[in-house]
Design a protein. Structure first.
Length: 281
C-alpha cells in the first residue's frame, strides 16, 4: 500500500495525490491520513495491506476517508471495532444522511444529525441531535457524567449489599452459625427501600461534579471540559477492578466497626427490667 507524505501541499496537488495513493499530512506535533474510498477495497484485499493499515492508524491524529460508499464507511468502522491490534476501542459514528446508516449501525454508539438530507440517520441512531455542535456537550458533559455516575452506582450497590451481609455473617460466628439474624423484618425492608431507591435516586438526580449551568458556557470554567473527560477516564473508569477491590475491602472494614463495637459495648449491660444486652433488647 503506497504512502506519500506532504508537509503543506496545495489543494490541487493534494487532490491529484490522493487519487493514486493515501496521503499523510505531517506537522511538528501530529499527522493526519487522507484516504480515497477507491483504495479501501485494496487495503482489505490482503493481509499484508490490512496489517500495514492497522500499524499506521494509531500514529494518526485524524483520518479522513472521502468519496467512500456506505459499505466502505461501515467496513472501516467494523475494522477499528473488531481488530485485535487496537485493543478494545469504543467506536462512535456520526452521520446526517441515509448513506451513513450502515456506518452508524456498525459502531458501538451511533449519532444521527437531523438535517436537510432527511431523518434516516437520526432514525437509525442511538442518539439524535439537531446540530453537529451538540455532539460536544452530549459526549463531554452528558456522556462523561453518565459514565462517572454509572460507575459509582455499581460500586454503591456492592457497598450497600456487603454492608448489610457482613455484620450478619459476623453475628453468626458468635451464635453457632444458627442462621439467626439480628435485623428485624421491618428494618430489613426499610434498608432496601432507603438504600436502593431514595439514596441512589437523590445521588443520580442531584449530584453534579460540574455545575450544569456553568458547563453551558465553558469559557467561564477554570478548566476544559474536554480535559476533564480524559481525566475521569484515566483516573476513574480505567481502574474499575482496583476500585472494586477497594470498595470490597472498605466494606469488610466497615462491617467490623458496625458489628463488633455495638456488640461488645452492649452485650454485658442490663436494662431496667434486668435483661442482659442481646436480641431481647
Amino acid at each position: 500500500m503506497p504512502k506519500q507524505v506532504a508537509s503543506s501541499p496545495s489543494q490541487d496537488a493534494l487532490y491529484e495525490l490522493c487519487i493514486d495513493s493515501p496521503v499523510v499530512i505531517s506537522t511538528k506535533s501530529s499527522s493526519a491520513l487522507l484516504l480515497c474510498g477507491q483504495r479501501v477495497p485494496e487495503i482489505f484485499s490482503d493481509e499484508i495491506s490490512t496489517r500495514l493499515f492497522a500499524n499506521i492508524l494509531p500514529h494518526m491524529k485524524s483520518i479522513i476517508v472521502y468519496r467512500s460508499s456506505p459499505a466502505q464507511k461501515a467496513e472501516i468502522v467494523k475494522f477499528i471495532k473488531t481488530d485485535k491490534s487496537f485493543g478494545s476501542p469504543i467506536t462512535a459514528a456520526v452521520g446526517d444522511g441515509a448513506n451513513d446508516v450502515n456506518m452508524i449501525q456498525s459502531a458501538h454508539t451511533g449519532f444521527g444529525i437531523q438535517g436537510n438530507e432527511g431523518n434516516q440517520a437520526a432514525s437509525f441512531s442511538d442518539y439524535s441531535i439537531t446540530k453537529f455542535e451538540d455532539l460536544r456537550r452530549l459526549l463531554l458533559w452528558h456522556g462523561r457524567t453518565f459514565g462517572y455516575k454509572a460507575s459509582n452506582f455499581t460500586m454503591w450497590f456492592v457497598f450497600k449489599a456487603m454492608l448489610f451481609s457482613i455484620p450478619v455473617l459476623f453475628f453468626n460466628t458468635v451464635c453457632g452459625f444458627s442462621g439467626t439474624t439480628y435485623v428485624e423484618d421491618l428494618y430489613f425492608a426499610l434498608y432496601e427501600v432507603i438504600m436502593t431507591t431514595f439514596a441512589i435516586a437523590y445521588y443520580l438526580m442531584l449530584d453534579q461534579d460540574v455545575c450544569f449551568n456553568d458547563s453551558e458556557n465553558e469559557a467561564n470554567l477554570s478548566f476544559s471540559v474536554a480535559k476533564l473527560y480524559s481525566y475521569r477516564i484515566d483516573t476513574h473508569l480505567n481502574f474499575k477492578m482496583k476500585r472494586f477491590a477497594f470498595f470490597s475491602a472498605y466494606c469488610w472494614y466497615t462491617g467490623v466497626i458496625v458489628f463488633y463495637i455495638p456488640f461488645y459495648a452492649l452485650n454485658s449491660i442490663q436494662n431496667s427490667e434486668g435483661q442482659v444486652g442481646g436480641l431481647s433488647m
